[in-house]
Design a protein around this ligand. Structure first.
Ligand code: PSU
Ligand code: MN
Length: 303
């Protein structure tokens, strides 16, 4: 196992010093945002985590080695290189054995974080059940990962391009707790509301840490999803957003975009239709998630 993992100098020192760690994914850098916003955001998110007294560890695969913590040059490489593979669970053995470069999705980052003993992971929005999944079978591998890999994932909900109701049903079937951070409703990534009620509202990082600890102490496998709404000042108009999503889905269908290319295509198209407003929202929400994620890591560490 350790042959595949490479810790950055800073992460190694933090581990030795007992500083809580927070994992970050890299698909959002390579496929989720354009350059240079992707690089600026990745660095900004790391800085926010450090301010809270935790150590950020952005995860990616370089030359078949899983990097836990990236150097500046590695981050720049992921942000600028055009042909980075987007790796989920199924892709890992190929990338590792062929010594390729890849960014890691939520599912793959959860796996790598758990192997590196990191229990908290911050992203923007998780993958989920796509609209019309009854016809396409397109269900993100992220959801299955929550059922088996013990990591707390802080997100602003599942991405609004998905069927959020079916995504919640799937998580329920898989036994995954979904905790609304100071909200009674599932946030919809770009907006604070979805109309889908959440059974479990939590007010503090400590409360989350207690739930997570109870889950794992009792031997229940798998992760916990924390749904943290986008800050109000960046929350988008739901009508504008739905129109943009519908247009993006129609374009994807016209161009026959499917499989792992679908989510990056939709995000990019929505960015263009909204004149960049969706990108600003995406940046704001992930930064907010970073702050809460770091606080959860600190709280988990304390007890
Ligand atoms: N969150 C964002 N932007 C992204 C993603 C998450 O704000 O681009 C990425 C994550 O890596 C997630 C992936 O795992 O989108 C989902 O892809 P798919 O639907 O193909 O499983
Ligand atoms: Mn998919």
């Amino acid at each position: 196992m350790q042959d595949y993992l490479v810790f950055s100098e800073e992460v190694q020192q933090a581990r030795a010093a007992g500083i809580p760690l927070v994992a970050l994914e890299s698909t959002i850098i390579s496929h989720g945002m354009p350059y240079p916003e992707n690089l600026e955001t990745a660095k900004g998110v790391e800085a926010i985590i450090a301010q809270q007294g935790a150590m950020p560890a952005t995860i990616a695969i370089i030359g078949g080695k899983i990097q836990i913590g990236l150097s500046e040059a590695q981050m720049e490489f992921l942000a600028t290189e055009k042909n980075i593979v987007k790796a989920s669970r199924r892709d890992l053995p190929i990338i590792l054995s062929k010594k390729l470069h890849a960014s890691t999705t939520v599912a793959a980052t959860m796996i790598c974080a758990a192997r590196a003993d990191i229990r908290v992971f911050v992203t923007g929005g998780i993958g989920g059940v796509h609209r019309h999944a009854e016809r396409t079978f397109d269900i993100s591998a992220d959801l299955q990962e929550f059922a088996q890999t013990p990591v707390v994932v802080v997100s602003a909900g599942a991405k609004a391009i998905l069927d959020l109701k079916l995504t919640m049903e799937y998580l329920e079937t898989m036994g995954v707790p979904v905790l609304g951070y100071q909200t009674n409703e599932l946030p919809a990534f770009y907006t604070r509301t979805s109309g889908i009620p959440l059974e479990n509202r939590v007010e503090t990082p400590e409360e989350i840490a207690n739930i997570v600890r109870a889950k794992w102490q009792f031997g229940l496998d798998g992760g916990v999803m924390v749904a943290n709404p986008i800050p109000s000042e960046f929350s988008m108009n739901p009508e504008t957003m739905n129109a943009a999503i519908d247009a993006a889905l129609a374009q994807a269908e016209n161009h026959g975009i499917e499989g792992k290319a679908l989510t990056p295509f939709l995000l990019d198209y929505i960015k263009q239709v909204t004149g960049g407003e969706s990108l600003r929202a995406n940046i704001a929400l992930i930064k907010h998630n970073a702050e809460i994620g770091a606080k959860i890591a600190v709280a988990l560490h304390r007890a």
